[in-house]
Design a protein around this ligand. Structure first.
Ligand code: NAD
Length: 355
């Protein structure tokens, strides 16, 4: 067996339908008495529900979370947090709301309780991506890892189908890259396989019936595990290229992950077929081809073209993604990346490494 080191996340997890109601107890268990509840403007009604559950333990509500965690929004939220004498943060929403909660917790040192409503997985990582003057930077710190997470699948029952599909594929990307991570360990690989499989089952059921309880439960369970491995081990080509496309070409986060996943995993499968075999086994096909067919069956976007990327941007994207060297199981060269991006742009099936 390979040598490994393993670190466990410190977050406390509650999972189940109706678990949202436990928010006052979880806040109290974190030693807090005055929580600031965060959300996006759209999800303000969910934040109001949290305020209702919290009763006297609610200090206030801030519904200004937006994509990419701009630091000026964080500044406003910190000032509000101080003005109301809050001692803890409750984030109700997807990765954008969780990002704001992490930024606040990092600056204030307050306990942070997350109630996720998408499958992004940010709630179980110590990673914060934020933007200042249009520049996105990523930091990692113990103070960024949320203190507790309440997974209540009821809150995802109304997640629109299109968003559910791309968010679920975003989660599967964490698990897929965890399988070949340089710092992988037997536990992270086990979680990745379980999380990937649960999300595949969940998405399949959700596409048949958006409100499938079994499907929603499986998908959120899968999201937890996929997010957990994102926080535990290093990511490679797939996450780097999605970061490039999001940061430099303003491509939408989850949709870009959904489109790129079959291509990046197909690219790497050539070098690490054994490590990606669990994905091949789940689909009964080579990993890239299996993922491409699955995305198509779900009705996911499958081309960068339909997400609005311009074909003339492909050269620059390949250049940026190849410019900052990083570890990947298959050596990266600009022409290889360019060919992969063209395939993804056209929505063509990734090449089968077995043919
Ligand atoms: P999001 O949080 O931006 O949500 C997208 C939209 O969907 C928002 O308007 C939101 O209010 C709405 N929404 C969320 N849940 C809903 C629900 N259940 N029903 C109806 N509407 C709902 O999207 P996301 O994909 O969850 O998060 C993306 C962000 O998270 C990106 O900025 C990404 O960089 C970040 N992220 C960070 C990490 C990390 O570890 N740091 C991991 C994954 C994603």
């Amino acid at each position: 067996m390979r040598s490994f080191s393993y670190r466990t996340g410190a977050s406390r997890i509650s999972f189940g339908r109706g678990a949202f109601e436990q928010v006052p107890q979880v806040v109290e268990d974190c030693g807090a008495i005055r929580a600031l509840v965060l959300s996006t403007e759209f999800q303000q009604p969910m934040a109001e529900t949290a305020v209702g559950y919290l009763g006297g333990a609610a200090a206030g509500m801030f519904s200004g979370a937006v994509m990419h965690t701009p630091t000026d929004v964080t500044d406003t939220a910190v000032a509000y947090c101080e003005s109301i004498g809050a001692d803890s943060i409750v984030s109700v929403g997807g990765g954008s709301t969780t990002g704001l909660g992490k930024a606040l917790a990092h600056r204030t040192g307050f306990p942070h309780i997350v109630v996720p409503t998408t499958y992004a997985g940010s709630e179980v990582t110590d990673i914060l991506g934020q933007t200042e003057d249009g520049l996105k930077t990523t930091i990692r710190a113990g103070s960024i890892l949320p203190t507790a997470v309440i997974y209540d699948p009821t809150l995802t029952d109304g997640l629109p189908l299109k968003m559910s599909i791309v968010s679920g594929l975003n989660a599967m990307a964490h698990a897929a890259e965890a399988l070949y991570a340089q710092d992988r360990n037997p536990v992270s690989s086990m979680l990745a396989v379980e999380g990937f499989g649960a999300m595949k089952t969940g998405l399949g059921l959700i596409v048949e019936d958006e409100r499938s309880i079994e499907g929603r439960d499986a998908a959120l369970y899968g999201a937890w595990l996929c997010g957990t491995v994102l926080g535990q081990v290093g990511m490679a080509l797939h996450h780097k290229i999605c970061h490039t496309l999001g940061g430099s070409f303003n491509m939408p986060h989850a949709e870009t992950h959904a489109v790129m996943l079959p291509h990046t995993i197909g690219f790497n499968a050539k070098s690490v077929p054994d490590l990606l075999a669990p994905i091949g086994d789940i689909f009964g096909k080579s990993p890239g081809v299996g993922l491409f067919g699955f995305a198509k069956e779900l009705g996911s976007p499958t081309s960068l073209k339909e997400l609005g990327l311009k074909e003339q941007d492909l050269d620059r994207a390949a250049e940026i993604a190849a410019a900052n060297p990083y570890w990947n199981p298959r050596p990266i060269d600009q022409s290889g990346l360019r060919a992969m991006l063209q395939n993804a742009f056209d929505g063509a099936m990734p090449p089968d490494p077995n043919i």
